[in-house]
Design a binder for this molecule. Sequence first.
Ligand SMILES: O=C(O)CCC(=O)C(=O)O
Ligand SMILES: [Fe+2]
Length: 308
Amino acid sequence: MSKSACVPMHLVRRLLSELRLAPTIAVGILAAIIGMVSISSGNWVLIRHFPSGWARAAGLDLGVLFSCPTTSIGPSSTSQHRASADIQVFSLDPLVLYIHNFVSQDEISHLLNASVGKFEPSRVWWGADGEIDPQSRISDTAILDSDDVTEQIKQRALRIQGWKGGKSTYSQPLRAQRYGVGGFYTFHYDWDKAVKRGNRVATLMVYLVGNCSGGGTNFPELQRPDDARWCEVVDCDDGDYEGVTFKPTVGAAVYWENMHPNGSFHMGVEHAALPVKSGEKVGLNIWLWDPEWTPPPGEAERLIGAGL
Ligand SMILES: O=C(O)CCC(=O)C(=O)O
Ligand SMILES: [Fe+2]
């Protein structure tokens, strides 16, 4: 619990009666005192039990704005309850977020156990039929059954996406994606240009196992960040690939939106799973599907113009 600054009410009343000031001025002075106490205690403070008579006399309903002594918002200064805002905006257009600790170690163990015995060679869906194509993709896929943990993870993903697309947007079944040495997935989009209604509007790439070299997720169209602090999560030494490569950091997720706000396909979200050079990588695909998505007018022509 963070400290909150609280002003004893009997002192307040005495101060006000002794000053004999008009309520409006008194309220102003009080607010300034509370503000100073709040700032000096390093907290934002809400005082709920403010003497409502004074407030009403001043034409204000401060009862909602202030509360004392229990509720505090803003950064906590104690170590037990230190806030941890673990989402960082990586790019605005396309929207790409980096989410530290998207899944817990317990959830990772659960997902890995749930995938045992389910892995099959991954397919590519360039046309209507899925095919195994080692020129484009070498990995194994396990489609995970729905259970309490997978449903919770799906809800977490939808919450981050902000429930855009109305109540109908949902997560497709989670898929564990296992890559051994030489495993990769060539450059592709997660959106499907062939469909006319419903599409993958957002993707979360989650890393469950990352004890490997290589195996990052590369976005050739993204700008490398200027700030070297990003080098913790993206590969800053890679001279072989253009754009940005997210390292497969266990527990983390990269979130991106596959469409522009008007629903047209975003060309900036092309990506690939780079070849694993040693060790093993297991990713988790979360694809958010909006069944009501439709392409905006002129989209087919735009795709042809882009050579797709
Ligand atoms: O494993 C990765 O890094 C990316 C995988 C991917 O893009 C996919 O499965 O669609
Ligand atoms: Fe993908």
